[in-house]
Design a binder for this molecule. Structure first.
Ligand SMILES: Cc1cc2nc3c(=O)[nH]c(=O)nc-3n(C[C@H](O)[C@H](O)[C@H](O)COP(=O)(O)OP(=O)(O)OC[C@H]3O[C@@H](n4cnc5c(N)ncnc54)[C@H](O)[C@@H]3O)c2cc1C
Length: 250
């Protein structure tokens, strides 16, 4: 039985599948679930009298009234596999508290921000960018340059490319750069090629980032995080300038 002090019920209200094994859901929860951009919600399913639960970064802005999530199905994954089977109207449970400190320092710095994501790792950045866009439209934010890099094997896996490209068109302070690592499977692709860590230094330099000036935020694949961290260390950035949200262990 689910412990009602710990968990609350949630229902899937929409779903879209940008690519095979990648899907975006919006959920409605029976309780208010306050969060800041960069935080995660813990989703669960009950199975054989126990709860299987995992954290998922929130893509929606706290200004929205539903929680949006971008999820990758892991082959035989204990939670993502059964979660993938749930369509609109599907029931799940959520922990009553959202958590996470990943973007607590953004956008407090009055300096360029470099956001680096692999596929679903873009989720916390989408949440923050939606929030900043709304504040910028209301004249309630003094913008700093934000460079968002997102890597995927194929462009179809980028998930939020259209939305982020539209925001980058609207706002001078935002640069969005998608990159694909298997361009030979994506013949129409005309953008950056290679893994996202391969272009990190190029865009950090282009934004004028240097040791002591600029914050780096890395999210998603552990290999990308260790690779990008090493590149930024070699560029002279120390650990205080680099924040990380790693989705699974190395
Ligand atoms: C703070 C935080 C936020 C997260 N946010 C998201 C998110 O927004 N979207 C999302 O899809 N996932 C996210 N994750 C990962 C998520 O919590 C689960 O680990 C993932 O869904 C796999 O769970 P599972 O039960 O299906 O697989 P498990 O049965 O737990 O794991 C199977 C194996 O796959 C590995 N693994 C886990 N995730 C992946 C992956 N994506 N690709 C390849 N191997 C993997 C694990 O290390 C493990 O060895 C986040 C993780 C953390 C810590």
């Amino acid at each position: 039985m689910m412990d009602p002090d710990k968990y609350a019920a949630a229902t899937i209200v929409s779903r879209r599948d940008p690519a095979r094994d990648l899907w975006i859901i919006r959920i409605r929860t029976e309780i208010e679930l306050p969060y800041r951009p960069g935080q995660y919600v813990t989703l669960g399913l009950q199975s054989d009298g126990r709860v299987i639960e995992r954290p998922y970064s929130i893509c929606s802005s706290p200004l929205e009234n539903e929680i949006e999530l971008f999820i990758e199905r892991v082959p035989d994954g204990e939670l993502s596999d059964p979660l993938f089977e749930l369509g609109v109207g599907g029931d799940l449970i959520v922990r009553r508290r959202t958590k996470g400190l990943f973007l607590r320092d953004a956008p407090l710095l009055d300096e360029p921000h470099l956001f680096v994501a692999t596929v679903t790792g873009v989720a916390p950045f989408v949440s923050l960018l939606r929030t900043l866009a709304s504040r910028a439209r209301a004249g309630d934010w003094a913008p700093v340059p934000v460079i968002t890099l997102q890597g995927a094997a194929r462009s179809i896996e980028l998930g939020y490319a259209e939305e982020l490209e539209a925001l980058a068109q609207e706002f001078d302070w935002l640069t969005y750069v998608p990159t694909v690592s298997r361009p030979w499977e994506d013949p129409e692709w005309r953008g950056e090629c290679g893994r996202v860590e391969d272009v990190v230094r190029k865009y950090a330099d282009a934004a004028g980032m240097r040791p002591g000036y600029g914050g780096v935020f890395l999210c998603g694949h552990p290999g990308m995080i260790s690779g990008a961290r090493a590149i930024m260390h070699r560029a002279g950035f120390d650990n205080k300038a680099i924040r990380e949200e790693q989705y699974w262990p190395d």
